[in-house]
Write a new protein. Structure first.
Length: 132
């Protein structure tokens, strides 16, 4: 099964684009993407931001805060603004930005590791991931 939900669209600062988040849930994971439209609501592209575990307890707080960061980048950011996961309407690329303010870089990376979906094929995969 695939369950898909799209947020309301937000207009870019220069009013040339609109964007929304799309959350797709399957039986094993959730995929969060930025979807871009022109100012007339014609679809431009979708940029995958990240894959997470199926339950929104892993990413729910993050996707509640979605916005344009500049004229070309739209995505999600943590409440403190220390973790941003953005899609770029021009390049079609996604990026993760970590900007420590209230938390250490290690704490923010830990939050990111909590959010991101990982598929483990062996016990060694789990050990390697834990030791990063």
């Amino acid at each position: 099964f695939v369950f898909k939900i799209e947020t309301s669209k937000k207009l870019s600062p220069n009013k040339k684009f609109k964007a929304s988040l799309i959350i797709e849930k399957t039986e094993e994971k959730s995929v969060v993407s930025s979807t871009f439209y022109d100012s007339q609501d014609s679809f431009i592209k979708t940029v995958k931001l990240f894959e997470s575990f199926q339950s929104d307890m892993f990413y729910g707080r993050l996707v509640k805060n979605f916005k344009w960061i500049n004229q070309n980048k739209f995505g999600v950011c943590s409440k403190t603004g220390e973790l941003l996961i953005l899609g770029n309407v021009l390049t079609g690329e996604s990026e993760i930005i970590i900007e420590p303010k209230e938390n250490t870089r290690e704490a923010i990376v830990g939050q990111l590791r909590y959010i991101l979906f990982r598929e483990f094929k062996s016990d060694q995969d789990i050990i390697d991931w834990m030791n990063k």
